[in-house]
Design a protein around this ligand. Structure first.
Ligand code: PLP
Length: 424
């Protein structure tokens, strides 16, 4: 496989941008590939190598790269203009769609990214409850703003910043609990009356895929209600991925606030936070909680997001995507078991993740025990055999409506090939 063009451009990038990437998860050794194009479930690098894509830009592309219908919606909108700094028709239609589909969304406010959405939701929770404390999950990622940038680590203790430049004061009111442990959360709320709410992914997607134990989400709903704290579901990954009603629709648990990003922009930058009318009415200009953005509700992103959501709303789309994913995952699990290599594959709907060296992952602490070196070996093998995974072991493999049988066969065969050459 010739990679000289990528190698040279990656070198150029390293000189002009930190690590040669615009977001740290994209970096890998010896150098990240520079991508030229994407079509359906495949991408092509600038040396002309093709890959079946399982990264899918970390989640937005549920209908695949360069989906013709999404591309047309974008073309049609760009002919009319790209941003107005005023309400626009695509934004109205997307807001209508979200508020009529997502159970918690009585009202919704658009933003530009998932980071912005969670930043605004956290501020809103604090403003509405007039409390300061925010609880997050060990291993939960909600973007790159101060309150949620707290080191993973077990124990319901105040966090320490996980980045230089985050003042300790900014995370003094951030508390950590483990996923799938409602008791730990309840005892924190019993001890502390200043908790505005918890921000959590209903299905964890930043320590690989970790699903809720039976009754856990309902229990979190009950506990927050009893303690006057808000339940915020961060559905930046799971929004419009787990079902049309997102994770909350699938599990039948309605949070007070929800954040989204990724799919609602159909491959273009977008974010949104939404929730109960009474809470959302606190947002400026109606109320005293500030949220704003030049590009918020961008009409091009809205047109792309709307088309994506409409495609997935067609009968049978979610079911067939899930079936295809689960057939692939079952085959990969069989291969893993037959190989004798210790590990597990966790999955829901069209997301899955592969862990080595552990049998099950139920929370952020478990995920830390997985064998990262083995993952890196697999990543390298898959890449050199034409399957592009997200480089990090704590990321999710994303399937899309565009993944065809040939692609699934290639993923499974390549994974089997990797397992065969693992030295035990
Ligand atoms: C659950 C979750 N929340 C928030 C974010 C931040 O979103 P963005 O990268 O659009 O700022 C991410 C990003 O991957 C995410 O996975």
């Amino acid at each position: 496989m010739r990679l000289s063009n990528s190698e040279s451009e990656a070198g150029q990038l390293r000189r002009i941008t930190p690590g040669g990437v615009s977001s740290p998860v994209r970096a890998f050794k010896p150098f990240p590939l520079v991508i030229d194009s994407g079509q359906g479930c495949r991408i092509t690098d600038i040396d002309g190598n093709d890959y079946v894509d399982l990264c899918m830009a970390y989640g937005p592309l549920i209908v695949g790269h360069s989906c013709p219908r999404v591309a047309k919606a974008v073309r049609d909108q760009t002919k009319k203009g790209s941003v107005f700094g005023a309400p626009s028709h695509p934004e109205t239609k997307l807001l209508e769609k979200i508020t009529s589909t997502v159970p918690s969304a009585e009202m919704c406010r658009m933003a530009v990214s998932g980071t912005e959405a969670t930043m605004h939701a956290v501020r809103l929770a604090r403003g509405y409850t007039k409390k300061n404390g925010i609880v997050k999950l060990n291993g939960g990622f909600h973007g790159a703003h101060n309150t949620v940038l707290v080191a993973a680590g077990s124990g319901s203790v105040n966090g320490t910043p996980s980045s230089l430049g985050v003042p300790e004061d900014d995370v003094r009111n951030t508390y950590l609990v483990e996923y799938n442990d409602a008791g730990m959360f309840e005892s924190l709320l019993d001890r502390n009356e200043d908790i505005a709410g918890i921000i959590m992914e209903p299905v964890m997607g930043n320590v690989g895929v970790v699903t809720p134990k039976k009754g856990y989400l309902a229990e979190m709903r009950k506990i927050t209600k009893e303690h006057g704290a808000l339940l915020i579901f961060d559905e930046v990954i799971t929004g419009f991925r787990l079902s049309a009603g997102s994770a909350q629709g699938r599990f039948g648990v309605t949070p007070d606030l929800t954040t989204m990003g990724k799919i609602i922009g159909g491959g273009y930058p977008a974010g949104a936070f939404m929730g109960k009318r009474e809470i959302m009415e606190m947002v400026a200009p109606n109320g005293p909680v500030y949220a704003a953005g030049t590009f918020a509700g961008n009409p091009v992103s809205a047109a792309a997001g709307l088309e994506t959501i409409d495609i997935m709303a067609e009968k049978g789309r979610y079911d067939s995507l899930e079936k295809k994913t689960q057939t692939l995952v079952a085959r990969m699990r069989d291969a893993l078991e037959d190989s004798g290599v210790r590990g597990c594959i966790q999955s829901i709907a069209s997301m899955f993740s592969i862990y080595f060296g552990v049998d099950e992952v139920t929370n952020g602490s478990d995920a830390q025990k997985a064998d990262r070196d083995m993952f890196a070996e697999m990543f390298d093998y898959m890449l050199h055999h034409g399957v592009y995974l997200p480089p990090g072991p704590m990321e999710v493999e994303f399937m899309s409506a565009a993944h065809d049988e040939e692609a699934c066969e290639k993923i499974a065969k390549t994974f089997e090939g990797f397992l065969k050459q693992v030295k035990k």
